[in-house]
Design a protein around this ligand. Structure first.
Ligand code: SF4
Length: 312
């Protein structure tokens, strides 16, 4: 079982993607109310080699030797990946080792306020910053940031990165009814989008357990209302995760692959059938064994029963 890489999993936005964890659970500069990974335990803006690049490179080398190449490599995982000061080194390594593999960086965008860091991810193919608020109040309420962070500087930083980055920028906005879909916040978010000029804006909402039990996902109509209000040309609602059609990135160590996947984000059985390319009956066998071994547990949510890893 790999410790720092996971998947490939069907990402909603990138298709089949091999994930790379850059920080341990749960090191982040934000503590978002909707976070699927859980509560931030180390709220920080300090950049360090939280996981040394060499350890990640060893796993990637092993993966490439024993598995077909995935469609995408994504820096993401248990927290904010750009907090790992080795991210530039890893991107450089992958661009030499697997020059044809596109690289994506999922980031909360907070560190892009520091323009010195822009050069480290400039060779990525797609950068997907999230931006859920443009006012101080909503930023505090949704993202519960590290005290040094300023939302205006973050927006300016993402806009400055846009000017130097030649790849694609897909801006994710997580809509939470009652938190950031009021008219004033939508106006402020629209101004931020116009300043950043992303290639695409992707609206997301809750579909897995977050850190707060009482959060409600936005309905399709509420997401559509945001699009109608903004009247911008490049906004989309993120479609459901792609179904695995191509078996080339199939993993043989299925129990490990299931554990690696739900350790990052709780999944329903339906999610797992798509991620693992397994029939539901086959998947249930693995889930029963993992439950009997006390490695996973279930939690009921609106979208169904989610499987979570049991913390040791
Ligand atoms: S959602 Fe992302 S940015 Fe927010 S706390 Fe979780 S890992 Fe950090």
């Amino acid at each position: 079982m790999y410790k720092y890489i996971f998947g490939p999993v069907p990402s909603r936005r990138l298709g089949m993607s091999l994930g790379v964890d850059m920080v341990p659970r749960k090191v982040c500069s934000l503590d978002c109310v909707y976070c699927e990974v859980g509560k931030t335990t180390k709220l920080t803006v300090d950049r360090k080699a939280y996981i040394p690049s060499q350890k990640i490179i060893l796993e990637l080398d092993h993966y490439f030797k024993h598995n077909p190449a995935p469609d995408f490599i994504t820096f993401s995982g248990y927290g904010e990946p750009m907090l790992n000061s080795g991210i530039g080194e890893l991107i450089d390594y992958l661009k030499v080792r697997e020059p044809d593999l596109p690289l994506a960086v999922l980031t909360n965008g907070t560190l892009l306020a520091d323009e010195k860091i822009h050069a480290e991810i400039i060779k990525a193919d797609v950068v997907l910053p999230s931006l859920d608020a443009a006012s101080v109040d909503a930023f505090q309420k949704i993202n519960r940031p590290h005290k040094s962070l300023d939302i205006a500087q973050i927006i300016n930083g993402i806009a400055a990165f846009r000017k130097v980055f030649l790849g694609k920028i897909w801006l994710e906005i997580f809509i939470l009814p009652g938190y950031n879909n009021q008219e004033a916040e939508l106006v402020a978010l629209k101004d931020a989008i116009l300043k950043i000029e992303p290639d695409l804006v992707q609206l997301n909402t809750l579909d897995r357990p977050g850190t707060m039990e009482d959060l409600k996902p936005a309905t399709y109509e509420q997401l559509k209302a945001v699009i109608d209000f903004w009247k911008l040309p490049n906004v989309q609602i993120i479609a459901a995760a792609v179904t695995r059609k191509n078996q080339k990135a199939y993993r043989n160590d299925m129990s490990s692959a299931i554990l690696e996947t739900i350790a990052r984000r709780p999944c329903t059985a339906q999610d797992l059938t798509q991620i693992m390319g397994l029939h539901i009956n086959e998947l249930n066998k693995y889930l029963s064994v993992l439950e009997a071994e006390d490695k996973i547990s279930q939690v009921k949510q609106e979208r169904g029963v989610f499987y979570k890893i049991k913390q040791t």
